[in-house]
Design a protein around this ligand. Structure first.
Ligand code: NAP
Length: 270
């Protein structure tokens, strides 16, 4: 915390301006960690969260502002307790929170290990909500929250069921929160990309269809668009014409037709 002497002699506390990025060790989270300090020149520190310490350390060498590492598992309590303590101790002013930590598992519900299925809900929904709740008292007018949802949130997805449902939660949670925080001048954006070329698919399993591979976007472009949409105050950021089209279709087609279509695309009826 820095102290600044005002001309009249009284001391004004200047809060530590920070951005927090979860899932910063790879993919889109890492890209947010690289792009945010280039966009926001007045940040004092960048706080990054993920389990792989070595990956977070490599960010310290690449980012021009001080990077504070919170290495830990967001499916456990200690990491949140540590973050809460540090936010309070440093009297932080969180200018931006990016909730990017998340994972998916491709396959039918009956075929995926139950622990993995519940883990998706724990990380994608519970940890994201907890992180947001912890940061809320430290956000102020002009602060932004960016939540990684997915185009998978647009409709029910046989063959990617739990993941799509978890991302539907992120989308609806973000939209509701955006309305709640409007009066405080805090903006919330849900990012809904289609497939993005990251390590996501190492854990999720191979893409079901070659058409999806052809649709794969680059993380740099998706993140640039997400940050631009956040600055413009958009509550939803969708990258690319194909995903924008999917969103429109999901609003006009009946549910049973969407589910049938996703069943075919995901080969979930095999
Ligand atoms: N790639 C896509 O096609 C795609 C499309 C739409 C939406 N998304 C969403 O975008 C977000 C970022 O995904 P990505 O594509 O960048 O995938 P990624 O490269 O696999 O990144 C996932 C990040 O989450 C972190 N993470 C995973 N489990 C964690 C845990 N238990 N505790 C703390 N951190 C954890 C990982 O770090 P550690 O392993 O070091 O912990 C990693 O930094 C996710 O929410 C994903 O669902 C991805």
């Amino acid at each position: 915390m820095m102290k600044n002497r005002k001309p009249d002699g009284c001391r004004e506390v200047l809060k530590l301006k920070i951005a927090i990025v979860t899932g910063a060790s790879s993919g889109m989270g890492r890209e947010f960690a690289l792009q945010i300090p280039q966009m926001y020149k007045n940040l004092d520190e960048l706080w990054v969260v993920a389990r792989r310490t070595d990956r977070l350390k490599s960010l310290q060498e690449q980012v021009k502002i001080p990077v504070r590492i919170f290495d830990g598992d967001m499916q456990r309590d200690y990491i949140f307790e540590k973050l809460q303590r540090e936010l309070d101790r440093r009297q932080a002013d969180v200018r931006m929170l990016v909730n990017a930590a998340g994972y998916g598992k491709i396959g039918n519900v009956s075929d995926i290990d139950l622990k993995e299925q519940c883990g998706m809900v724990d990380l994608n929904c519970t940890a994201l909500t907890r992180m947001t709740g912890i940061c809320l008292p430290y956000l102020s007018k002009g602060s932004r929250i960016v939540n990684l949802a997915s185009a998978a949130s647009f409709c029910a997805q046989p063959g990617f069921c739990v993941y799509a449902a978890s991302k539907a939660y992120v989308l609806r949670f973000s939209q509701g929160l955006a309305a709640e925080l409007k009066k405080r001048g805090i903006l919330v954006t849900a990012v809904c990309p289609g497939p993005v070329r990251t390590e996501f698919f190492d854990r999720a399993g191979a893409l079901a269809a070659s058409e999806k591979e052809a649709l794969c976007a680059e993380p740099e472009a998706v993140v640039t668009q997400a940050l631009t949409d956040s600055v413009r105050g958009r509550s939803v950021s969708v990258y690319g014409a194909a995903m924008k089209g999917s969103r429109i279709l999901s609003k006009i087609l009946p549910d049973h037709l969407l589910v049938w279509g996703m069943m075919k695309i995901n080969h979930a009826d095999i």
